[in-house]
Design a protein around this ligand. Structure first.
Ligand code: FES
Length: 86
């Protein structure tokens, strides 16, 4: 059985001001559109205390900051399809 990738998006107190709800929906659409729902466990995350760095996404323990609705698809391509960035 293939190991699942753990992907989370911060929903702490600051990240909603950085459009986290929109980005959350974009991630869900991305996973569905790329048939990754069975490979990726997607959930909300808590604040890590680095709110000034922008919206936080975490993939298998690697934190990415300043995630937004414009760059999230590219980041997911790099991390989930090529393992380049993460
Ligand atoms: S609320 Fe998201 S990193 Fe602090």
């Amino acid at each position: 059985m293939e190991k699942k990738i753990h992907l989370s998006l911060c929903q702490g107190t600051s990240c909603p001001f950085n459009n986290s709800k929109t980005v959350f929906e974009k991630i869900k659409d991305y996973l569905r559109g790329n048939n990754l729902e069975n490979r990726v466990e997607f959930s909300n995350a808590q604040c890590c205390g680095k709110c000034n760095n922008g919206l936080k996404m975490e993939i298998d323990g690697n934190q990415l900051h300043a995630v937004n609705s414009d760059n999230v698809s590219t980041l997911l391509d790099l991390c989930l399809q090529t393992n380049y960035y993460c």
